[in-house]
Design a protein around this ligand. Structure first.
Ligand SMILES: [Zn+2]
Ligand SMILES: [Zn+2]
Length: 374
């Protein structure tokens, strides 16, 4: 028991427990005892708190996770700055530490080296691991991220950044909406608690309950509940199989607001080099999982295996043809654009000639009009 207590990192543990307890107690006391607030203030601060919660979660999924930990796309420094600013207020540690721990989780999934291995229990994977010195002092192993000055600054000044964005910023917005205390408690403390808990579910629930369409080797699962709560991070079985794909929900209709936000950022020039896995590879993984129970049988070797390889080959040829069609279409578009530009230049040049010709004749007519009445 004494040894277990020594393993506890009290600063993190107390924060994780006291933040929600104090926030709820303060909110209830304020609402029931004080009469220094209006219903409009409660509603407007709550709406801001909800929007800020959505943005906080998005900055973790789009920033910490898919951009920095996995490098599944590249982002303009402006977008990197925005994501790092908002995610500081999530109280999930610095981007450097978070990404480093997460890369270790992927590399050593379900083993003793996995910082939040589900094999140590649901509670441990959910948040128990963060309460230990072992996890808090796990060395950072992300030299590529250490070279990024914004990430380094956030890491070196994390406590200041977290308190400013997590508590001071919502208090200021609350004050602007007419009530600083509600801003601090609802959009500060309670938002931190709710966004933390939803992110933690990826490590616990998504490694416990759900579907396994792409891989049966490890515990990661596709969980619809987690998907809804974490802007698409619940497609965790797919994510562990293809961690460098910027999407977690691969179909356009799969609920993955993080994927859509990255696509939107690419559309306005703030993101590029979005990485995706060939669809034939994804299909291959699916077919393997679906036929796994027949493995080592004659039926598998004679029927399933050859058909699977024909399907995957056909899909690869289809992907290639589609890519060629797109690039051919792009080439044709370039040719047409060039021709349009040439036509534009030709028309403008003719119009200019037209104007010159008209002007060259005008003075004669003007003189005639002015002289005629006399
Ligand atoms: Zn995982
Ligand atoms: Zn990941």
């Amino acid at each position: 028991m004494a040894t277990n207590i020594k393993k506890i990192c009290w600063s993190v543990t107390l924060f994780l427990i006291l933040n929600p307890v104090i926030s709820v107690a303060l909110l209830l006391t304020y609402l029931f005892v004080s009469d220094n607030y209006t219903a409009t203030q409660v509603i407007s601060v709550s709406i801001f708190g909800l929007v800020f919660a959505i943005l906080t979660n998005l900055s973790i999924t789009m920033g910490y996770h898919r951009l920095f930990a996995h490098k599944s796309y590249e982002a303009h420094p402006i977008l990197q700055g925005i994501l790092l600013f908002i995610s500081s207020g999530a109280f999930q540690g610095s981007c450097l530490k978070w990404s480093s721990d997460h890369r270790i989780h992927h590399k050593f999934e379900d083993t003793d080296k996995d910082p939040y291995s589900i094999n140590k229990g649901f509670w441990y994977a959910h948040m128990g691991w963060m309460m230990t010195h072992e996890a808090v002092s796990l060395p950072v192993q992300a030299p590529d991220l250490e070279k990024n000055k914004m990430i380094k600054w956030q890491h070196d000044n994390y406590l200041f950044a977290a308190i400013f964005v997590g508590y001071a910023f919502p208090t200021i917005i609350g004050a602007l909406l007419g009530n600083a205390i509600l801003g601090l408690v609802i959009a500060g403390g309670l938002r931190i608690f709710l966004t933390q808990q939803s992110t933690f579910l990826v490590n616990s629930l998504s490694h416990t309950l759900g579907k396994t369409p792409y891989s049966l080797d490890k515990t990661a699962k596709d969980s619809f509940i987690v998907t809804i709560l974490t802007h698409g991070e619940g497609y965790h079985n797919f994510h562990h199989k293809f961690q460098f794909d910027y999407r977690n929900g691969i179909r356009w209709y799969h609920w993955d607001p993080t994927k859509w936000s990255i696509q939107l950022a690419a559309l306005i020039g703030l993101a590029n080099k979005l990485k995706t896995v060939q669809f034939s590879e994804i299909l291959k993984a699916r077919l393997e999982v679906e036929s796994i129970k027949f493995k080592n049988t004659d039926f598998y070797h004679e029927k399933l295996e050859p058909l699977a390889s024909r399907i995957v080959d056909a899909q690869a040829r289809f992907d290639k043809l589609k890519a060629e069609y797109r690039s051919a279409a792009d080439q044709k578009m370039d040719e047409l654009r060039y021709e349009i530009e040439l036509m534009k230049i030709e028309i403008n040049s003719m119009k200019k000639t037209w104007k010159v010709l008209i002007k060259s004749r005008q003075p004669v007519r003007v003189v005639a009009q002015y002289t005629h009445p006399r």
